[in-house]
Write a protein that binds this ligand. Sequence first.
Ligand SMILES: [Zn+2]
Length: 201
Amino acid sequence: MPILPAPITNLSTALERLPGIGPKSASRLTFFLLRSPEEISRQLADALLVLKSSTALCKTCFNITSSSQEICDVCANPKRATGCICVVEEPLDVIAIESTAAFNGRYHVLNGVLSPIEGIGPEHLRIRELLERLRTEPVTEIILATNPSMEGDATALYLKQQLSQLGIHITRLARGLPAGGDLEYADQITLLRALSGRQEM
Ligand SMILES: [Zn+2]
């Protein structure tokens, strides 16, 4: 005999599938919604329903855009430099780089990284589309901004090999010490990368 009615366990089970939500958080959220005014649940349900149907991928850079727009706001902005493309793994990486306000070029979102274990090869990423863009856009620099992980590094290396014949300047984000960090607490790899990525001052 289940202790809780099915509508409660159904919602808890659905919430548990979300990243970062364990069984306890899922129950807490479920009971919060149960106690809250119906309006809160309705707004959440409405937002979830239109999430997929109202968004699309930008036809040029594959960033997330509203389904009413063929291209995203960055690609549509004539003030953004056309000569430099920053290649990232996910749309969230675009938001992170945009928040620095230090980059005025355009993006290309791979929507993943190479991962032989998960069966993700170059054909699953937007690499062919990137090569197509380079044939038509006047690009002089590509910044490989994939994550500093094993998969991110492997993807950057693969892209470098693919792009090396095109005569385009290829750079990789410098990896260094976190702001406010202390040298003595940095791990060996971070310190090694900070040293090899040192800049003129
Ligand atoms: Zn775009």
